[in-house]
Ligand binder design. Structure first.
Ligand SMILES: [Zn+2]
Length: 300
């Protein structure tokens, strides 16, 4: 499933192709894409709109029109967008929509699993819609280690589950959460509220580094993800843990382990990411000094 780096890579290619262009003709071939709305009606509404900006919010592509209306595109499991001169794209059994632009090029939406969505919103609707579903953007300056701590406080669920929740942070998914936790040396099952300040700083850095690495490689192509020019990302060649069970950890050589957390396949290094971290000086196990001091072993 495309996550922040994949959607951002798509956005960066689409932006120069779309901004300033008018949607001359829109064909929605699969009603599921726009349900509960009527596909012919949505297509008619989109025709004539001119694109003012192509933005991203979490995993949503946000196409802003000069009219103020907004088209929210969510690729979900397997959606992808292609941009090519009119007629250059071949008939595609998985094609779900085609938009002809006023420069003679086409943007085609394909989706094998058909979970993707296109939602056309009026000017005042997009902000509240997104804010209700998507938390802070992890690559924006407003996102700090302290902010992360606020988001994880009083959350007893495993840190992995909390990070997958789009309201915690925008755009994290199964791949980049695992990669970020490995970078931060934090076990995916740690209850989110138990991370100390040092761990929060490491996780904050790890999240940003994992996402920036993904964007630099134009995302990861595992199954259906493709860039608008037809190219693919290469992040899958540089995963530290994701999908690598049994392979040696890049940091310590221990075989990467696989578990199930929050219902998702989860990869981590059992050595670098211990489930119970050793105390780093804060409150923690003090049995040894105590027993030394009193001269006899504490019964546990
Ligand atoms: Zn390791």
């Amino acid at each position: 499933m495309p996550e922040l780096p994949e959607v951002e890579s798509v956005r960066r290619q689409l932006e120069p192709a779309l901004v300033g262009r008018r949607l001359e003709h829109v064909e929605i071939l699969d009603g599921r894409l726009v349900r509960p709305y009527d596909p012919a009606e949505v297509a008619t509404e989109l025709q004539g709109e001119r694109v003012a900006a192509v933005e991203r919010r979490g995993k949503y592509l946000v196409v802003r029109f000069e009219s103020g209306r907004v088209l929210l595109i969510h690729l979900r499991m397997s959606g992808s967008l292609r941009h090519a001169p009119h007629g250059a794209l071949q008939d595609d059994p998985h094609g779900r929509a085609v938009v002809r632009l006023d420069d003679g090029s086409d943007v085609a939406y394909r989706d094998v699993r058909r979970f993707g969505t296109w939602l056309l919103l009026e000017p005042d609707e997009a902000g509240p819609y997104l804010d209700a579903r998507v938390g802070v953007e992890p690559l924006e300056t407003i996102f700090t280690a302290r902010h992360l701590g606020d988001r994880l406080a009083r959350r007893r669920a495993p840190v992995k589950a909390v990070l997958l929740d789009q309201r915690t942070l925008a755009g994290m998914g199964n791949i980049y959460v695992d990669e970020a936790l490995w970078r931060a040396r934090i076990h995916p099952l740690r209850p989110a509220e138990t991370l100390d300040d040092g761990e929060l700083r490491r996780l904050h850095r790890g999240i940003r580094a994992a996402l920036e690495h993904g964007i630099a490689r134009q995302g990861s192509t595992l199954r259906d993800y493709a860039l608008p020019d037809g190219g693919s990302g290469s992040m899958q060649d540089e995963f530290r843990v994701y999908g690598r069970d049994g392979e040696p950890c890049d940091r310590c050589g221990t075989p990467i382990a696989k578990a199930r957390v929050a219902g998702r396949g989860t990869w981590f290094c059992p050595s670098c990411q211990p489930e119970r971290p050793r105390s780093t000086g804060g409150p923690g196990p003090v049995a040894e000094p105590d027993s030394l001091h009193t001269g006899h072993r504490r019964q546990l």
